[in-house]
Write a protein that binds this ligand. Structure first.
Ligand code: 26A
Length: 337
């Protein structure tokens, strides 16, 4: 019997990744570095992307879903049986692939399986060091809180919860259910803002969930979107000031990554920055999943009760390893931190 210490909730997706040109992004009005949702039911013409990518020479089908990438990454460091993952999938080949990747990484998959919807997919459109993510959630959109009840002993045994902010579009009730448990039991409850559209368009859900969080992780674009959505008075690019607003008078820790610029960490005690060791650009394969890998290394360090400085460093270390692989993946041979 495993004792999963880290429980992750997010949207399981299969990534369909290919290199495209600027013209292709323009055709669908996509930004080079972004994450958006498509609505399969509304006849969105972006639904054609998934089939179009299938004929690209370098197309790859890879395990994805932001939180799931972090779960696999944390297990890469912690080993088998320490990380459990909640999300909703269909009954199909994609779900089988995702479950197999989780099992290989040592993650316990606690999937809610839908009879009438296919597993969600994400087109990861690569141009140079940017990635534009176009997601059709499908079955991932159907997660319900009763699936947590069915696995409540795993929740009770866990020490740390990690929520992909992307899940705010799916089941805020489920997030709050875990948040309440974490608050009552004094456990860590960590939220990643995941994408600028989360604070922009899911502000109310975010507002409801934030009080349960002990830590918030985001990148500079998400921080800026937060500052705009919540109409903060500070400069929208002043990461330290935005983090201070989120901390407020709470005991929260806010961590903002900023590409190659130093990572900003703000707690009730004060602010710190942690420089990033730049990887030679010739070693970069693609940046899809870099943020998830950062979160993964960071979370694994927390599970191992390492100090904050070490956790940031482990996050940066795992992010650097991940961007040398195709997609949100980790080296085949385990490398020790
Ligand atoms: C709700 N949305 C849009 C999403 C996602 C998502 N994961 C969960 N929900 N949109 C993109 N991703 C995942 O982000 C990873 C890179 O950080 C992609 O599947 C990709 O693996």
């Amino acid at each position: 019997m495993f004792q999963e210490k880290l429980v992750v909730l997010c949207n399981p997706l299969l990534d369909i990744q290919a290199t495209v040109d600027a013209e292709y992004l323009k055709k669908y009005d996509l930004k080079a570095n972004d994450a958006i949702l498509v609505d399969a039911k509304s006849g969105d013409k972006k639904m054609a992307i998934y089939d179009e990518l299938a004929s690209y020479p370098d197309v790859k089908y890879i395990a994805g879903g932001a939180g799931q990438n972090s779960a696999r990454g944390a297990a890469y460091i912690l080993g088998k049986g320490k990380v459990a993952y909640f999300g909703s999938v269909g009954k199909d080949k994609y779900a089988e692939k995702l479950a197999a990747e989780n099992a290989a990484a040592g993650v316990t998959s606690l999937y809610q399986v839908q009879e009438d919807a296919g597993t969600g997919k994400c087109a990861a459109l690569i141009t140079n060091f940017d990635r534009s993510l176009v997601t059709d959630l499908s079955a991932a959109n159907l997660f319900t809180p009763d699936h947590l009840d069915k696995n409540w002993s795993v929740v009770e045994n866990a020490e740390i919860f990690y929520i992909g902010g992307f899940h705010l579009t799916v089941s805020p009730e489920s997030i709050i259910k875990l948040g309440k448990h974490a608050k009552e039991t004094g456990k860590q409850f960590i939220l990643n803002l995941s994408a600028p559209f989360i604070p922009q368009f899911f502000k109310d859900a975010l507002k409801e969930v934030l009080p349960y969080t002990t830590m918030v992780i985001a990148n500079e674009a998400e921080a800026e979107a937060y500052a705009e959505a919540f109409e903060l008075k500070c400069s929208k690019t002043d990461l330290e000031a935005i983090a201070k607003e989120i901390v407020g008078d709470s005991k929260k820790t806010v961590i903002f990554t900023h590409g190659l610029e130093p990572t900003v960490v703000v707690t009730s005690e004060g602010s710190q920055t942690f420089p990033v060791k730049a990887l030679e650009s010739s070693k970069i394969v693609d940046t899809n999943g870099a943020g998830d890998a950062f979160a993964a290394g960071f979370l694994a360090a927390l599970v191992e009760k390492k100090p904050l400085e070490t956790a940031i460093d482990m996050g940066q270390w795992l992010a650097a390893l991940s961007i040398q692989e195709i997609g949100a993946s980790y080296p085949k041979v385990p490398l020790a931190y």
